[in-house]
Write a protein that binds this ligand. Structure first.
Ligand SMILES: C[S@@+](CC[C@H](N)C(=O)[O-])C[C@H]1O[C@@H](n2cnc3c(N)ncnc32)[C@H](O)[C@@H]1O
Length: 420
């Protein structure tokens, strides 16, 4: 038998894929879960307990696939510009929503309902089909695959539209912004600012356009489906019960989705959600009756002095949007309210070192990092950068523990406010 070092990589990968896929299928069968398929009714989600096995197959198949492409083909795949043309068209006209589940619709009808020329519809749809979005069960007819059916969920369609109409044009300006404002950390000197010809930061600018705000909100909701981001995971991501009868301020907590989840699972906690006025307005109406009084809302700007004394201050996916200069200001703004022993809990991505997590997940993290640059000049911090940030804000912010729940893209940094 050849020694491992003499086995060609592609052969090694093929063997690894074969054994992992065999195990994966056995475990799916044991749980009575159908084998993955593009069929319309195939389940879109994968069981959580099989995630690491799936990770290894995804990475190995991608490596094998990429090894077999020549450099130009691989670059072409990663450049992937034409893909966005079709995704923009499909989401802009909500074509996935026109295709009946379990049924079909003609190119001609799509043409009629979108106002696009039938020949163009055919080109766009057949390009999308090459990405497994839709299928052509008989000539000139369109039916769903699992992927296109998923796109028919209204907020997933709105997210795709957000990518096509907001992110894509802004992403093309990242390097223009870098050249125009070298080293800038300002939230209004970004690719998004250039693409939209504005000097306002993204939240302020988008806030004036209800349609774009709706797309943005949908984008946020779609992020919940990214593995490791689901709001339901929050209860398992940290030992909330260990806080005892705690008051928690959820700073930048949006419309309270996470606070509600926590209050539902931990009777000991009481949460106040702080966010910009526009965000918290009317948010109490989403709080279930039995939680009223334990989840409350308060209009509060991130940079304003914290006025609530609490046991813990919880920031979820907030610091990523701010460069260090502003992140330090946000931390400093909490100080006047902090009692000794108060905890700051930051749930955000911690950039993995290369090769420390499955490559496909690392690619997601690094793509998100570049989009933060594009939108806000924010970024995904490495652990060392989080430590430096805390030290720069105040030496009394002491990093106590870092939790990285299995399969999560979000870490929890537990910081204690200590006397020195
Ligand atoms: C990426 S979202 C995260 C929302 C929520 N924490 C979650 O995990 O779903 C960032 C939040 O910061 C809020 N935010 C941004 N700038 C703010 C400001 N200047 N004052 C108050 N809140 C702000 C936004 O309204 C938004 O709810």
């Amino acid at each position: 038998m050849a020694s491992p070092s003499s086995t060609p990589r592609i052969v090694e990968l093929a063997a690894q894929i074969s054994s992992s896929v065999t195990e994966l299928q056995e475990r799916l069968s044991a749980q009575g879960i159908p084998s993955p398929s593009f069929a319309e009714d195939s389940p879109p989600d994968f069981p959580a307990d099989l995630e690491s096995l799936r990770d290894s197959v995804i990475d190995a198949t991608a490596e094998l696939n990429e090894l077999l492409l020549d450099p130009l083909q691989l670059l072409y795949r990663f450049a992937a510009i034409p893909n966005m043309v079709g995704i923009d068209a499909i989401s802009r006209y909500n074509i996935a929503g026109m295709v009946p589940h379990g049924g079909q619709i003609s190119f001609a009808e799509i043409s009629e309902r979108t106002g696009m020329d039938k020949g163009l519809v055919r080109r766009l749809m057949r390009h999308a089909m090459s990405m497994r979005i839709f299928r052509e069960p008989e000539p000139e007819m369109v039916a769903h695959t699992k992927i296109s059916k998923y796109l028919s969920i209204p907020y997933i369609n709105a997210w795709a539209s957000f990518e096509g109409r907001d992110t894509w044009p802004a992403a093309t300006r990242v390097m223009d912004a870098v050249e125009k404002w070298p080293g800038s950390e300002e939230p209004n000197q970004t690719a998004f600012s250039l693409a939209n010809n504005t000097d306002k930061p993204v939240f302020e600018f988008i806030g004036a356009y209800p349609e774009r705000m709706m797309r943005f909100g949908a984008g946020m909701k779609a992020v919940d489906h990214v593995p490791g981001h689901a709001p339901e995971l929050i209860s398992k991501d940290y030992d909330w019960a260990s806080l005892g009868n705690a008051s928690i301020v959820n700073v930048g907590g949006g419309r309270g989705q996470i606070a509600i989840e926590l209050a539902q699972n931990f009777e000991n906690v009481k949460l106040t959600v702080q966010d910009a006025a526009m965000m918290v307005e009317g948010a109490e109406s989403d709080v279930p009756n039995q939680l009223k009084g334990r989840v409350e809302f308060m209009k509060h700007e991130l940079f304003d002095t914290q006025t609530l004394e609490a046991d813990a201050y919880f920031f979820r996916m907030v610091f990523r949007n701010w460069c260090d200069k502003y992140a330090i200001q946000i931390l400093k703004a909490q100080i006047p309210a902090l009692r000794p022993g108060a905890k700051i809990l930051i749930q955000d991505a911690c950039m993995p070192e290369h090769d420390s997590v499955p490559l496909w997940r690392e690619r997601v993290q690094r793509s998100v990092d570049l989009m933060l640059k594009c939108y806000t000049n924010g970024r995904t911090r490495y652990l060392d950068e989080w430590k430096a940030l805390l030290a720069a804000a105040d030496e009394r912010f002491k990093l106590h523990q870092v939790f990285l729940p299995e399969n999560s893209l979000l870490s929890i940094l537990e910081i204690h406010w200590v006397q020195v």
